[in-house]
Design a protein around this ligand. Sequence first.
Ligand SMILES: [Zn+2]
Length: 299
Amino acid sequence: MCLCHESRHPDHDLVPSRYATRIGEIDVLVISDGALPIPADILGTNVDSAVRDAALRERFLPDVIDWGLNVVVVHSGGRTILIDAGVGLEMPDATRAGRLALRLKGAGIDPASVTDVVATHIHMDHIGGLLDQRLRSQMRPDLRVHVSHTDIEFFKSPDFSHNTFGGIQDIIRSSARKFLDAYKAELRPFDKQHEVAPGVVVTLTGGHTPGHSVVRVSSGGERLTFAGDAVVPVGVDCPEWQNAFDHEPEEATRVRMRLLREAASTGELFLASHLSFPSLGRVAAAGKAFRYVPANWAY
Ligand SMILES: [Zn+2]
């Protein structure tokens, strides 16, 4: 029997794919949609390649890294909110990703119970799961899909002049088009900020995409920030590194620094889409940069 990290049975994982926690009175569940293989050198496009490669080696990162796909489910005020939806079947070669439908089932979450979806931005690794018929066909007709008005407008005709990872622009473009078409009736665009449910607030940041947003969960004096793609691997300790997926790299750096500074000052729980699962931790100040401190797992 092979005890590798993936079972031959797609619905029988040998590693955990979900992690539950609570913020005050609000239940939060992190679910992994899987992982995408990504060349590590896209993480620091504005850094001298020798410096970047040495920094990657110091962190034991291989040339191709696992780009985790963290999705969050939040229960608050009688509403069930899915925050981001993984890549779905938008990248058919990505055989270790697109597992959200199976993993929601494994976590006992009926897609028909999801009242709201928040998309931090309209990249295929965040909205692709919503295009997967295994999920789409089970979603309720009165589903509300919250996305910033800015991203909806931007992705009607996206500008890739600063986004330098050329291989996936066609997929980003076509997934965005399919998403905007499929969810026309369900879209609830917001401008700057929107309270989706009590204590669950989505806020526009821009940067990674012009309409990129983060979600904050607050209850009982505790807070968690889901930073979407504002912080990617190596982004906590090298916050000035720009990555090839940013549409607005300079603004993305300002957004990242602001979020990390804030997280370091509040001590809140912090997670992001592509940090190692379950990505729950805290940010500590470390000179001009930061340090990521994983949260203790509650076994
Ligand atoms: Zn992403």
